[in-house]
Ligand binder design. Structure first.
Ligand SMILES: C[S@@+](CC[C@H](N)C(=O)[O-])C[C@H]1O[C@@H](n2cnc3c(N)ncnc32)[C@H](O)[C@@H]1O
Length: 282
């Protein structure tokens, strides 16, 4: 009321409001169908603005699980090559060493696409910010009774301060750095939690490095990403990243990595075919 009293020309404001109301009424009467469509779109927009992120998280967890069910053999073999280093590792933890097993932290584990690659009795810590993965994760985990889940952390890789420094033998990310908000922060968390000599295993899709022969793919990767189309449908995934300089910069004692074109299960996934995979040692 106080605010209303401070308005100098109240009559003009009242008149303007009446005019706007009359115009709106006329519009509704003359174009009822368009008004209905407009109101429905506005309601959908408000609904999506409020609940969109939640819906997308649910949808992405479901989609990811469907992909995981397909298990493309050639792609699995492509990944398996970097995981083979796990067979020669021994744990820093005397008890786990005696049991001939390892403590592994998987960041962005999703539905659990990598159980197949972990040695028997692995102690697994998982961090993923999307809570809707958990149900699928446990469904898939049921096929691997020899893997023991130590903790599931619903958090971004950037925010895993609760994992003790120098406490895990191996950290794994597969197809995750394309989605994280802050790559250098995630990599420095990875280095922090690894024991000295511990391994960081990564398999990530990247921007095509071949400017000469794959100009079209580079263009499509950038276009789908900067328009927000790909990140919208694939939960923040970017096709135009290359996290290798960040892995190199954090100060691992050794980084061994390879760029390669991964075998893809479908033609439309060729935009994510350029990959880098490797192992960094703390
Ligand atoms: C494409 S999925 C990959 C899932 C699984 N690693 C695989 O190889 O199938 C990307 C995963 O990264 C997770 N993610 C997204 N942003 C993240 C972040 N900032 N920190 C950790 N994980 C993240 C998503 O929730 C999702 O589980």
């Amino acid at each position: 009321m106080e605010y209303w009293k401070r308005i100098p020309d109240q009559e003009a404001v009242r008149e303007g409001a009446m005019l706007a109301y009359a115009a709106l009424r006329r519009h509704v009467q003359e174009r009822p169908k368009e008004t209905c469509v407009g109101l429905t779109l506005a309601a959908a927009g408000i609904f999506f603005w409020k609940y969109g992120s939640d819906i997308r998280h649910r949808y992405f967890a479901w989609v990811n699980n469907r992909f995981n069910d397909l298990k493309h053999k050639e792609y699995e073999d492509f990944k398996r090559k970097v995981f083979s280093c796990l067979m020669d590792l021994t744990s820093h933890d005397p008890k786990l060493k005696e049991e001939k097993t390892l403590r592994i932290l998987e960041i962005g584990a999703g539905v659990g696409a990598n159980f197949d690659f972990y040695p028997n009795n692995t102690r697994l810590i998982v961090a993923d910010p999307n809570p809707y993965f958990e149900k699928y994760f446990y469904e898939n985990k049921a096929k691997f009774p020899n893997i023991k889940i130590e903790t599931i952390i619903v958090a971004k890789g950037e925010e895993i301060d609760m994992v003790k420094s120098n406490s895990v033998d191996v950290v794994v990310t597969t197809l995750v750095l394309c989605s994280v908000t802050d790559i250098p922060k995630v990599i420095s968390q990875i280095k922090r939690v690894l024991v000295p000599g511990g391994k960081y295993i990564f398999v990530e899709h990247v921007k095509d490095w071949n400017r000469k022969d794959h100009r079209l793919r580079r263009f499509v990767q950038s276009l789908l990403t900067v328009t927000g189309f790909w990140p919208f449908f694939f939960d923040g995934c970017h096709l135009n990243r290359n996290p290798l300089p960040d892995i190199d910069a954090v100060g691992f004692s050794n980084v061994s990595s390879k760029q390669d074109y991964a075998p893809m299960p479908a033609w439309w996934m060729m935009v994510a075919q350029p990959h880098m995979r490797g192992v960094a040692t703390k």
